[in-house]
Design a protein around this ligand. Structure first.
Ligand SMILES: [Zn+2]
Length: 482
């Protein structure tokens, strides 16, 4: 979600760095080679192109064709100093083919989108979503959020906010070439959302809207602050407060001290939502304790290098002390959330163990939970998935069947995928007739899309032709380590 916000600034800087490299190479080669009309502009191009060498297959054809033109003209008509920066420019432009492709894919994808406007917002969506998304409600909630944020931040955005609702998360990945639940196109005052990611459309809209506003406070590369504020202003995720999720993570997931989460490199690499949630909850604590104005002052001044110093100065306490107070407050609120919280923590441990590849631990946790009462749909799913990875296909079948019989919103949302999973298990066990029945059931459910695998209906049709084998599993494992 933060990527576009960062990439413009980063790219701009690296573009100029490449130009400088090109100029340097051109001047060095030129002065050593008596300003050779062939090698001097070529060195300008090569110097600027060197950093893009690993991305050779993405090189933009017009850029290197132009460079070739510059070198040929210089060679035939004689050297001029201008040919060095020209060559360098061509070299620096080489990696931007992918950017143009993204823009083109975006334009093609959104060309036939429907459109509804209000004074503060424009919503655009594909026809297939018309009956699935309540556009009127989204218009109202976005207008309310924009008004609320304008008052909070005490300024208005320069342009009307354009909200693109893509049909599915996989489309965002396909158009932008990287996975994200939503995108804020900062500076363009636009965002891209999808209904099938974590969080409701309204919640993710508040998250991305924060990015559009907070960019005017600070453009520092500090996802801890940007994502923290954006997650804090979402207020809820799937209807539960951010602090509830943060408490759950503290009790059941890995815990990194806040100061370790500040460097953008670490924040960017950690793929789990724990980082967003913890930063969001901590930001909420800072705003509650020290006030919005103090937080704004801090946000505007802080960057990765001065973070701790500015923190101590603006809030009058060190980050470690503040973090302890934040955690103390969260844990104090624990009693009010019992006994549901303990149950949620136990279930979350199942998920955490699974995500850490601790499959026997995961199955132990599920067994413990099963002694206290019926298992939730997600727990059953993790247990079944752990059995599949361990090769216990026969143990996974009853769990999958049990899941499919449940009347649960999570199951309803994923029923098609669950039928595919059951069919795969039957195939692995050699029960072809049962497998075919399961694949037939997939086609009676609405289709869904998975990144990397595509349409679930298409997958099921494929398995009806050719049964699912361990070769498919091998392919999936290999994909994970890529
Ligand atoms: Zn974000």
């Amino acid at each position: 979600m933060y990527r576009i916000l960062l990439s413009w600034r980063q790219e701009w800087r690296s573009f100029w760095r490449k130009i400088l490299l090109g100029l340097l190479a051109g001047l060095v080669v030129g002065s050593l080679w008596n300003w050779d009309p062939f090698f001097t502009p070529l060195a300008g191009f090569a110097g600027a192109a060197t950093p893009s060498l690993p991305y050779l297959r993405y090189w933009w054809q017009p850029a290197w064709a132009m460079a070739l033109g510059v070198v040929l003209v210089s060679w035939m008509t004689g050297f001029h100093l201008m040919y060095v920066p020209l060559g360098a420019m061509c070299g620096a432009f080489l990696p931007y083919a992918e950017w143009w492709r993204v823009l083109r894919r975006f334009r093609v994808h959104t060309r036939n989108f429907e459109k509804r406007s209000r004074p503060l917002v424009v919503i655009r969506w594909p026809k297939e979503l018309t009956n699935m998304v309540n556009v009127e409600e989204l218009l109202q909630s976005s207008e309310a959020a924009i008004t609320e944020f304008s008052q909070k931040f005490r300024f208005r955005l320069k342009r009307r906010v354009v909200v693109y609702v893509f049909a599915r998360y996989a489309d965002i990945q396909q158009v932008f070439g990287s996975p994200a639940g939503g995108f804020a196109l900062t500076g363009g005052e636009a965002m891209v959302l999808a209904p099938d990611t974590v969080g409701t459309l309204e919640e993710v809209l508040r998250h991305e809207l924060t990015h559009l506003f907070s960019r005017y406070w600070s453009q520092a590369q500090l996802p801890f602050n940007h994502e923290g504020l954006a997650t804090c202003l979402m207020e809820t995720v799937e209807g539960q407060p951010i602090d509830y999720h943060a408490l759950l993570h503290i009790l059941a997931d890995s815990y990194f001290p806040m100061v370790m989460r500040v460097p953008s490199q670490f924040f960017g690499q950690a793929r789990n939502s724990n980082f967003y949630i913890a930063a969001g909850s901590f930001t909420g604590f800072l705003i509650r304790t020290f006030g919005w104005e103090a937080y704004e002052k801090f946000f505007r001044r802080a960057d990765e290098n001065n973070y701790e110093k500015v923190f101590a100065k603006d809030f009058g306490m060190g980050i470690l002390a503040a973090e302890r107070r934040w955690r103390f407050q969260l844990l104090q609120g624990r009693k009010a959330l019992e006994p549901e919280l303990s149950q949620a923590v136990a279930e979350f441990r199942v998920e955490t163990a699974y995500n850490c590849w601790q499959f026997y631990h995961c199955l132990d946790e599920v067994e413990q939970l099963a002694r206290n009462g019926p298992l939730s749909a997600k727990c059953l799913w993790f247990a079944a998935a752990a059995h599949v990875i361990l090769g216990h296909y026969a143990d996974a079948v009853p769990l999958e069947k049990h899941l499919l019989e449940m009347n649960d919103p999570w199951v309803t949302k994923h029923r098609g995928r669950l039928w595919t999973g059951l069919g795969n298990l039957y195939d692995l066990l050699g029960h072809r007739a049962d497998a075919l029945d399961a694949y037939e059931k997939v086609l009676t459910e609405p289709d869904s899309w998975l990144p990397n695998e595509g349409s679930n209906h298409q997958l099921a049709r494929g398995y009806m032709q050719q049964s699912y084998t361990e070769a498919h599993l091998l392919k999936r494992y290999k994909y994970w380590i890529r």
